[in-house]
Ligand binder design. Structure first.
Ligand code: IPE
Ligand code: IPE
Ligand code: MG
Length: 250
């Protein structure tokens, strides 16, 4: 429910239909570097500022009753960045969670990770595993960080696991269907995203959930991630609510 405290609801917020909220919203949080550059700051200052947007967005998703919020935090391609930036990004989960975990617990949020955890530095793994464990019994919003995630690599691993089962005679080729493949992905326990948001004006997927986004609605904004505010999120939901999802039908 909306809290009706001292702040009036914005016009946009009043238009949101609470019975048609996207269940799973996925966000490609982009534009941190450019945000910093515009201010003459090092790129990492944008990443730091981006954490505030994460806090705001989680609160809002929770308020509207979104079930799953997936945030693309680090791609398998982001290792190409200069080492100090990669290291800063790998320190962010620790920084974010050490500050935010109590509030996440209070908000009944369940933290989970999608991505190749084994390749993360120990300190990153420790921070996320702690958050996952300490929120495991919460049954509210699922806050899913895509961390060291790449869709192509995920699909290749899915194919390998299917091939192994076929080779070991645990699966016949005829049994390979969409559900079987979906079940081999890192997101096997999550419904597909209904709405994809990407900030910063880039109109591409950058190797994000290529299979899972088959029927998602896409919404792009020029706003840079650190500048992404409540009204941007509301606008995305309103646009979504005015789309007609046809899934190939009429
Ligand atoms: C998004 O911001 C954060 C990550 C990819 C980790 P960028 O760092 O990509 O910012 P730009 O795109 O360079 O502005
Ligand atoms: C996508 O952003 C990855 C994340 C937001 C984590 P990038 O900034 O890495 O994507 P490209 O390189 O512009 O496609
Ligand atoms: Mg970028």
């Amino acid at each position: 429910m909306f809290s009706k405290t001292k702040h009036d609801q914005s016009v946009m917020e009043r238009d949101i239909q609470l019975d048609n909220i996207p269940k799973h919203i996925a966000i490609i949080m982009d534009g941190n570097g450019r945000w910093a550059k515009k201010r003459g700051l090092p790129r990492v200052a944008g990443h730091r500022e981006g954490m505030n947007t994460i806090r705001r967005t989680v609160r809002q998703a929770n308020k509207y009753g979104v079930k799953i919020l997936t945030l693309y935090a680090f791609s398998t391609e982001n290792w190409k960045r200069p080492r100090p930036e990669v290291e800063f990004l790998m320190r962010l989960p620790e920084r974010f969670l050490s500050k935010e975990l109590p509030e996440l617990i209070e908000q009944n949020v369940r933290v989970r990770i999608t991505g190749e955890k084994d390749k993360l530095p120990e300190y990153t793994k420790r921070a996320v595993e702690k958050a996952v464990a300490e929120t495991a019994h919460n049954d509210g919003l699922i806050l899913n960080f895509a961390l060291n995630y790449g869709s192509r690599s995920e699909m290749i691993q899915g194919i390998q696991s299917i091939c192994r089962d076929v080779k070991d005679n645990n699966l016949s080729i005829d049994e390979i269907d969409e559900a079987c493949f979906t079940g081999r992905l890192m997101t096997h326990d999550l419904d597909d995203p209904d709405l994809l948001i990407r900030t910063s004006g880039e109109i591409r997927l950058s190797n994000f959930m290529l299979w899972q986004l088959a029927y998602a609605e896409f919404w792009f904004t020029n706003v840079l991630w650190p500048d992404f505010k409540e009204d941007d999120f509301q606008e995305a939901i309103l646009v979504y609510q005015n789309r007609q999802r046809r899934y190939g039908g009429v």
